[in-house]
Design a protein around this ligand. Structure first.
Ligand code: SF4
Length: 101
């Protein structure tokens, strides 16, 4: 089960999350919650699809980890649900997950 390790909140209301897949110390991955801009745009969530990355861009900490594995769709949905819960967007959980169930 995916678990939140850390949430770093930005002054603009967005948050960077660090999660772990619950299976390994090398199972960390990140996600971002983007706060709505000027109250007009909908908030959005950027989720990881992989743990680690094989590309290895020089400026990126994830690239230094190498590729671990692809995340399962259930793990990505868990990530979204946990962020919505943390951001007090609980009413969005069913709205977001309903088409996928
Ligand atoms: S190494 Fe490059 S491609 Fe991979 S996550 Fe980082 S920036 Fe993206």
């Amino acid at each position: 089960m995916v678990r939140k390790i850390e949430r770093v909140k930005s002054i603009d209301g967005s948050s960077k999350y660090l999660f772990n897949d619950g299976k390994s110390e090398k199972g960390n991955f990140e996600a971002i919650y983007f706060y709505p801009v000027d109250g007009i745009q909908e908030s959005s969530i950027c989720v990881s699809t992989q743990i680690g990355c094989s590309v290895g861009c020089a400026f990126c900490a994830t690239g230094k980890l190498g590729f671990n594995r692809n995340l399962k769709s259930t793990e990505m949905l868990e990530t979204i649900a946990k962020i919505l819960e943390e951001e007090k967007k609980v009413e969005k959980i069913l709205e977001t997950l309903h088409p996928l169930l």
